[in-house]
Ligand binder design. Sequence first.
Ligand SMILES: Nc1nc2c(ncn2[C@@H]2O[C@H](COP(=O)(O)OP(=O)(O)O)[C@@H](O)[C@H]2O)c(=O)[nH]1
Ligand SMILES: [Mg+2]
Length: 269
Amino acid sequence: MAKAKREIAAALSLVDIVFELVDARVPASSRNPMLSDIIKNKPRLVIMTKAAIADPAQTPLWEREIRAEGREVLTVDAVTGENIKKITPMAGALATTAKKKVPGMKARPVRAMIIGIPNVGKSTLINRLVGRRAAAVGSRPGVTKAQQWIRINPRLELLDTPGILWPKFEDRAVAMHLALTGAIKSEILSFIEIGEYFIDFLRDHYPDAFKERYGIEAGVSKPDLARHIASTRGVTGDDYYEKAFALVINDFQNARVGRITLDRIEKPI
Ligand SMILES: Nc1nc2c(ncn2[C@@H]2O[C@H](COP(=O)(O)OP(=O)(O)O)[C@@H](O)[C@H]2O)c(=O)[nH]1
Ligand SMILES: [Mg+2]
Protein backbone atom coordinates (compact mmCIF):
# COMPACT_ATOMS: atom_id res chain seq x y z
CA MET A 1 0.00 0.00 0.00
CA ALA A 2 2.79 2.42 1.00
CA LYS A 3 4.78 1.36 -2.06
CA ALA A 4 1.83 1.86 -4.40
CA LYS A 5 1.27 5.28 -2.88
CA ARG A 6 4.94 6.25 -3.33
CA GLU A 7 4.93 5.07 -6.95
CA ILE A 8 1.85 7.08 -7.75
CA ALA A 9 3.24 10.16 -5.98
CA ALA A 10 6.48 9.94 -7.97
CA ALA A 11 4.70 9.62 -11.30
CA LEU A 12 2.29 12.38 -10.40
CA SER A 13 4.95 15.07 -10.64
CA LEU A 14 5.41 14.14 -14.32
CA VAL A 15 1.81 14.45 -15.44
CA ASP A 16 -0.71 17.21 -16.09
CA ILE A 17 -3.78 15.10 -15.47
CA VAL A 18 -4.84 11.85 -13.85
CA PHE A 19 -7.35 9.49 -15.44
CA GLU A 20 -9.11 7.80 -12.54
CA LEU A 21 -10.49 4.54 -13.86
CA VAL A 22 -13.73 3.30 -12.38
CA ASP A 23 -15.61 0.13 -13.35
CA ALA A 24 -19.12 1.05 -14.56
CA ARG A 25 -20.48 -2.13 -12.94
CA VAL A 26 -19.21 -0.98 -9.53
CA PRO A 27 -18.76 2.80 -9.80
CA ALA A 28 -18.61 3.27 -6.02
CA SER A 29 -16.85 0.08 -4.92
CA SER A 30 -14.06 0.46 -7.49
CA ARG A 31 -13.01 3.87 -6.21
CA ASN A 32 -10.56 4.49 -3.40
CA PRO A 33 -11.29 7.70 -1.48
CA MET A 34 -7.57 7.91 -0.61
CA LEU A 35 -6.91 8.98 -4.18
CA SER A 36 -7.87 12.56 -3.38
CA ASP A 37 -5.22 12.70 -0.62
CA ILE A 38 -2.61 11.37 -3.03
CA ILE A 39 -3.32 13.46 -6.11
CA LYS A 40 -4.59 16.55 -4.27
CA ASN A 41 -5.47 19.29 -6.76
CA LYS A 42 -4.05 17.57 -9.84
CA PRO A 43 -6.66 17.79 -12.60
CA ARG A 44 -8.61 14.57 -12.79
CA LEU A 45 -10.90 12.95 -15.33
CA VAL A 46 -12.97 10.07 -14.02
CA ILE A 47 -13.21 7.46 -16.77
CA MET A 48 -15.92 4.84 -16.30
CA THR A 49 -14.82 1.74 -18.16
CA LYS A 50 -16.70 -1.37 -19.31
CA ALA A 51 -19.81 0.59 -20.36
CA ALA A 52 -20.82 -2.17 -22.78
CA ILE A 53 -21.25 -4.72 -20.00
CA ALA A 54 -22.78 -2.41 -17.36
CA ASP A 55 -26.51 -1.73 -16.98
CA PRO A 56 -27.34 1.13 -19.39
CA ALA A 57 -30.06 2.34 -17.01
CA GLN A 58 -27.61 2.73 -14.11
CA THR A 59 -24.65 4.31 -15.91
CA PRO A 60 -26.20 7.77 -16.49
CA LEU A 61 -27.30 7.87 -12.84
CA TRP A 62 -23.71 7.22 -11.77
CA GLU A 63 -22.42 9.87 -14.17
CA ARG A 64 -24.76 12.35 -12.54
CA GLU A 65 -23.61 11.26 -9.08
CA ILE A 66 -19.94 11.73 -9.96
CA ARG A 67 -20.63 15.12 -11.55
CA ALA A 68 -22.48 16.16 -8.40
CA GLU A 69 -19.18 15.60 -6.61
CA GLY A 70 -17.67 18.24 -8.88
CA ARG A 71 -15.78 15.80 -11.10
CA GLU A 72 -15.68 15.50 -14.86
CA VAL A 73 -16.63 12.02 -15.99
CA LEU A 74 -16.51 10.15 -19.27
CA THR A 75 -17.99 6.70 -19.82
CA VAL A 76 -16.12 4.50 -22.26
CA ASP A 77 -15.69 0.92 -23.32
CA ALA A 78 -12.16 -0.05 -24.18
CA VAL A 79 -13.28 -3.27 -25.88
CA THR A 80 -15.92 -1.78 -28.20
CA GLY A 81 -14.11 1.56 -28.47
CA GLU A 82 -17.14 3.56 -27.36
CA ASN A 83 -16.22 7.19 -26.48
CA ILE A 84 -12.48 6.52 -26.59
CA LYS A 85 -12.01 9.43 -29.00
CA LYS A 86 -13.46 11.84 -26.45
CA ILE A 87 -10.61 11.26 -23.99
CA THR A 88 -8.08 13.53 -25.72
CA PRO A 89 -10.34 16.61 -26.05
CA MET A 90 -11.61 16.22 -22.49
CA ALA A 91 -8.07 15.88 -21.15
CA GLY A 92 -7.06 18.96 -23.15
CA ALA A 93 -9.88 20.99 -21.65
CA LEU A 94 -9.08 19.93 -18.09
CA ALA A 95 -5.29 19.88 -18.00
CA THR A 96 -3.57 23.04 -16.86
CA THR A 97 -0.82 23.08 -19.50
CA ALA A 98 -3.28 23.61 -22.32
CA LYS A 99 -4.58 26.71 -20.60
CA LYS A 100 -1.11 28.11 -19.95
CA LYS A 101 0.01 28.04 -23.53
CA VAL A 102 1.85 31.08 -24.80
CA PRO A 103 0.25 32.78 -27.83
CA GLY A 104 2.02 31.76 -31.01
CA MET A 105 3.70 28.77 -29.40
CA LYS A 106 2.67 25.25 -30.13
CA ALA A 107 1.17 23.63 -27.05
CA ARG A 108 2.98 20.51 -25.96
CA PRO A 109 0.89 17.38 -25.59
CA VAL A 110 -0.98 16.91 -22.34
CA ARG A 111 0.72 14.29 -20.19
CA ALA A 112 -1.55 11.85 -18.44
CA MET A 113 -1.41 8.80 -16.25
CA ILE A 114 -4.00 6.14 -15.61
CA ILE A 115 -4.77 5.17 -12.03
CA GLY A 116 -7.13 2.50 -10.75
CA ILE A 117 -7.65 -0.62 -8.69
CA PRO A 118 -6.83 -4.09 -10.11
CA ASN A 119 -9.00 -5.34 -12.99
CA VAL A 120 -10.67 -1.99 -13.59
CA GLY A 121 -9.36 -2.03 -17.16
CA LYS A 122 -6.13 -0.02 -17.04
CA SER A 123 -4.11 -2.19 -19.42
CA THR A 124 -7.03 -2.64 -21.79
CA LEU A 125 -7.54 1.12 -22.03
CA ILE A 126 -3.83 1.75 -22.60
CA ASN A 127 -3.85 -0.86 -25.37
CA ARG A 128 -6.93 0.67 -26.91
CA LEU A 129 -5.46 4.18 -26.86
CA VAL A 130 -2.16 2.99 -28.26
CA GLY A 131 -3.85 0.87 -30.89
CA ARG A 132 -1.58 -2.11 -30.43
CA ARG A 133 -0.85 -4.50 -27.62
CA ALA A 134 1.57 -2.41 -25.58
CA ALA A 135 0.53 -3.26 -22.05
CA ALA A 136 0.04 -6.74 -20.63
CA VAL A 137 -3.64 -7.48 -19.99
CA GLY A 138 -4.47 -9.66 -17.04
CA SER A 139 -5.55 -9.48 -13.45
CA ARG A 140 -2.04 -9.60 -11.98
CA PRO A 141 -0.08 -6.37 -11.82
CA GLY A 142 2.86 -6.45 -14.21
CA VAL A 143 6.52 -6.25 -13.25
CA THR A 144 7.72 -2.76 -12.47
CA LYS A 145 9.84 -1.27 -15.22
CA ALA A 146 11.15 2.14 -16.16
CA GLN A 147 8.30 4.42 -17.08
CA GLN A 148 7.99 5.63 -20.61
CA TRP A 149 5.79 8.03 -22.45
CA ILE A 150 3.52 6.71 -25.11
CA ARG A 151 2.49 9.26 -27.70
CA ILE A 152 -1.21 8.67 -28.27
CA ASN A 153 -1.59 11.59 -30.69
CA PRO A 154 -0.08 15.10 -31.02
CA ARG A 155 -2.22 16.30 -28.13
CA LEU A 156 -1.85 13.46 -25.62
CA GLU A 157 0.98 11.49 -24.07
CA LEU A 158 0.42 8.70 -21.61
CA LEU A 159 2.69 7.12 -19.01
CA ASP A 160 2.98 3.51 -20.09
CA THR A 161 2.77 2.19 -16.53
CA PRO A 162 -0.54 2.78 -14.79
CA GLY A 163 -0.77 3.58 -11.10
CA ILE A 164 -2.20 0.62 -9.25
CA LEU A 165 -4.53 1.73 -6.53
CA TRP A 166 -5.38 -0.74 -3.79
CA PRO A 167 -9.02 -1.68 -3.38
CA LYS A 168 -10.71 -0.54 -0.21
CA PHE A 169 -13.68 -2.13 1.50
CA GLU A 170 -15.33 -1.46 4.76
CA ASP A 171 -18.41 -3.58 4.35
CA ARG A 172 -19.36 -6.99 3.07
CA ALA A 173 -21.28 -5.80 -0.01
CA VAL A 174 -18.28 -3.82 -1.28
CA ALA A 175 -15.98 -6.79 -0.66
CA MET A 176 -18.41 -9.00 -2.60
CA HIS A 177 -18.57 -6.54 -5.49
CA LEU A 178 -14.78 -6.32 -5.64
CA ALA A 179 -14.46 -10.10 -5.53
CA LEU A 180 -17.00 -10.41 -8.34
CA THR A 181 -15.14 -7.98 -10.58
CA GLY A 182 -11.84 -9.70 -9.72
CA ALA A 183 -10.36 -6.63 -8.01
CA ILE A 184 -9.66 -8.73 -4.93
CA LYS A 185 -8.65 -12.35 -4.91
CA SER A 186 -11.17 -14.69 -3.41
CA GLU A 187 -8.84 -15.99 -0.70
CA ILE A 188 -10.79 -14.23 2.02
CA LEU A 189 -14.18 -15.09 0.60
CA SER A 190 -15.18 -18.51 -0.70
CA PHE A 191 -16.64 -19.12 -4.15
CA ILE A 192 -19.78 -20.27 -2.39
CA GLU A 193 -20.15 -17.02 -0.45
CA ILE A 194 -19.50 -14.86 -3.50
CA GLY A 195 -21.62 -16.96 -5.84
CA GLU A 196 -24.54 -17.11 -3.41
CA TYR A 197 -24.34 -13.35 -2.95
CA PHE A 198 -24.46 -12.87 -6.72
CA ILE A 199 -27.42 -15.22 -7.12
CA ASP A 200 -29.38 -13.33 -4.45
CA PHE A 201 -28.47 -10.07 -6.16
CA LEU A 202 -29.59 -11.34 -9.57
CA ARG A 203 -32.93 -12.50 -8.20
CA ASP A 204 -33.56 -9.10 -6.65
CA HIS A 205 -32.43 -6.93 -9.52
CA TYR A 206 -32.35 -8.98 -12.71
CA PRO A 207 -34.83 -11.89 -12.38
CA ASP A 208 -35.29 -12.06 -16.16
CA ALA A 209 -31.55 -12.29 -16.77
CA PHE A 210 -31.40 -15.02 -14.14
CA LYS A 211 -34.09 -17.06 -15.88
CA GLU A 212 -32.55 -16.46 -19.27
CA ARG A 213 -29.08 -17.57 -18.19
CA TYR A 214 -29.95 -20.51 -15.97
CA GLY A 215 -33.18 -21.67 -17.59
CA ILE A 216 -34.92 -21.93 -14.24
CA GLU A 217 -37.28 -19.70 -12.24
CA ALA A 218 -35.57 -17.11 -10.03
CA GLY A 219 -37.43 -18.47 -7.00
CA VAL A 220 -35.54 -21.80 -7.04
CA SER A 221 -33.66 -22.77 -3.86
CA LYS A 222 -29.86 -22.55 -3.93
CA PRO A 223 -29.32 -26.33 -3.55
CA ASP A 224 -31.75 -26.93 -6.44
CA LEU A 225 -30.02 -24.26 -8.49
CA ALA A 226 -26.60 -25.79 -7.80
CA ARG A 227 -27.89 -29.22 -8.86
CA HIS A 228 -29.49 -27.71 -11.95
CA ILE A 229 -26.27 -25.92 -12.97
CA ALA A 230 -24.24 -29.06 -12.24
CA SER A 231 -26.47 -31.23 -14.40
CA THR A 232 -26.76 -28.77 -17.31
CA ARG A 233 -23.05 -27.91 -17.37
CA GLY A 234 -21.47 -31.25 -16.70
CA VAL A 235 -20.27 -30.61 -13.16
CA THR A 236 -19.64 -33.74 -11.10
CA GLY A 237 -18.08 -34.66 -7.78
CA ASP A 238 -18.81 -34.12 -4.12
CA ASP A 239 -17.82 -30.47 -4.41
CA TYR A 240 -20.38 -29.81 -7.16
CA TYR A 241 -22.00 -27.08 -5.04
CA GLU A 242 -18.82 -25.01 -4.87
CA LYS A 243 -18.04 -25.69 -8.54
CA ALA A 244 -21.54 -24.59 -9.59
CA PHE A 245 -21.16 -21.31 -7.74
CA ALA A 246 -17.68 -20.82 -9.18
CA LEU A 247 -19.35 -21.11 -12.61
CA VAL A 248 -21.86 -18.45 -11.57
CA ILE A 249 -19.01 -16.07 -10.66
CA ASN A 250 -17.38 -16.90 -13.97
CA ASP A 251 -20.62 -16.09 -15.79
CA PHE A 252 -20.62 -12.61 -14.30
CA GLN A 253 -16.93 -12.03 -14.95
CA ASN A 254 -17.34 -12.99 -18.58
CA ALA A 255 -20.50 -10.90 -18.95
CA ARG A 256 -22.62 -13.93 -19.79
CA VAL A 257 -25.56 -12.87 -17.64
CA GLY A 258 -26.25 -9.66 -19.52
CA ARG A 259 -25.46 -6.07 -18.63
CA ILE A 260 -25.27 -5.81 -14.87
CA THR A 261 -24.38 -3.03 -12.46
CA LEU A 262 -23.77 -4.20 -8.89
CA ASP A 263 -23.56 -0.81 -7.19
CA ARG A 264 -27.09 0.58 -7.37
CA ILE A 265 -28.62 4.00 -7.52
CA GLU A 266 -32.36 3.80 -7.13
CA LYS A 267 -34.12 5.93 -9.71
CA PRO A 268 -35.82 9.09 -8.46
CA ILE A 269 -39.61 8.80 -8.48
N1 LIG B 1 -16.21 -5.43 -21.83
C1 LIG B 1 -15.15 -4.78 -21.37
N2 LIG B 1 -14.18 -5.47 -20.71
C2 LIG B 1 -13.10 -4.79 -20.29
C3 LIG B 1 -12.95 -3.40 -20.50
N3 LIG B 1 -11.78 -3.01 -19.95
C4 LIG B 1 -11.23 -4.12 -19.41
N4 LIG B 1 -12.02 -5.20 -19.61
C5 LIG B 1 -11.74 -6.57 -19.15
O1 LIG B 1 -11.50 -6.52 -17.74
C6 LIG B 1 -10.43 -7.42 -17.38
C7 LIG B 1 -9.34 -6.66 -16.66
O2 LIG B 1 -8.75 -5.73 -17.55
P1 LIG B 1 -7.25 -5.19 -17.38
O3 LIG B 1 -7.06 -4.18 -18.46
O4 LIG B 1 -6.30 -6.31 -17.31
O5 LIG B 1 -7.33 -4.48 -15.95
P2 LIG B 1 -6.14 -3.81 -15.10
O6 LIG B 1 -5.84 -4.79 -13.99
O7 LIG B 1 -6.74 -2.55 -14.54
O8 LIG B 1 -5.00 -3.55 -16.01
C8 LIG B 1 -9.98 -8.07 -18.67
O9 LIG B 1 -10.63 -9.31 -18.77
C9 LIG B 1 -10.48 -7.13 -19.75
O10 LIG B 1 -10.74 -7.78 -20.96
C10 LIG B 1 -14.00 -2.70 -21.20
O11 LIG B 1 -13.96 -1.48 -21.41
N5 LIG B 1 -15.06 -3.45 -21.60
MG1 LIG C 1 -3.03 -4.30 -15.89
